[in-house]
Design a protein around this ligand. Structure first.
Ligand code: C5P
Length: 202
């Protein structure tokens, strides 16, 4: 069968991951959180590795490493993600995943624009910075982490700026992406909107 690829992009904490996982489960597709690639490279750089060498040496097992979900690693990821050579070194892994015969969902920042411009379905999942910061804040507090709303909002805005203003593969919706703004949606509503948008392209 022909590979069917769903590309899901958007800023941090917009609900991309939750939606991508639900879409993948609904259609029986494989799921790749491409942020984990940048996080794995960022984590190695924090430990002293060279960014390009870390990207070139990246293996699937590295995506299961512990500690990739922390704020510190997210920061390190967004710093290595501005490096065009690092981004280029991660392209083949993502394209191979997207080409899986059984269908694939990839989420990230540049899947519809750079990695899989031929994807059958493209979604851009977004929400206001305030709503995203509030969700992230609640996640952190529930996870037992110390956080303030103000610091989390500052962090969301800083990462947005870095992701959308970088020269290589900046965060933006593909021309043919369906934009889903989850600011006023429940998870259930957002997932239903995403599945509907994918069905419309199938
Ligand atoms: O999505 P997540 O928060 O895990 O991504 C961490 C960082 O990795 C993002 O802030 C972004 O800078 C970078 N990233 C990227 N391109 C992707 C996925 C993530 O630049 N496709």
């Amino acid at each position: 069968p022909m590979a069917f690829t769903v590309a899901i992009d958007g800023p941090a904490a917009a609900g991309k991951g939750t939606i991508a996982r639900a879409v993948a489960a609904h259609f029986g597709f494989a799921y790749l959180d491409t942020g984990l690639l940048y996080r794995a490279v960022g984590a190695k750089v924090t430990e002293g590795a060279d960014p390009l060498e870390a990207a070139q040496a990246l293996r699937a097992e590295d995506l299961n490493a512990e500690g990739l979900r922390t704020q510190a690693v997210a920061e390190a990821a967004s710093r290595v993600a501005v490096n065009p050579q690092v981004r280029a070194a991660l392209v083949d892994f993502q394209r191979a995943f997207a080409a899986r015969a059984g269908g694939a969902v990839l989420d990230g920042r540049d899947i519809g624009t750079v990695i899989c411009p031929e994807a059958q379905a493209k979604l851009f999942v977004t929400a206001s910075p305030e709503v995203r910061a509030e969700r992230r804040y609640l996640e952190l507090v529930e996870g037992g982490h110390e956080a303030t709303r103000e610091a989390v909002l500052d962090d969301v805005k800083a990462r947005d700026a870095r992701d959308s203003e970088r020269a290589t593969a900046p965060l933006r919706p593909a021309d043919d992406a369906v934009v889903i703004d989850t600011s006023e949606m429940s998870i259930k509503e957002a997932v239903a909107a995403a599945i509907g948008a994918v069905e419309a392209r199938g």
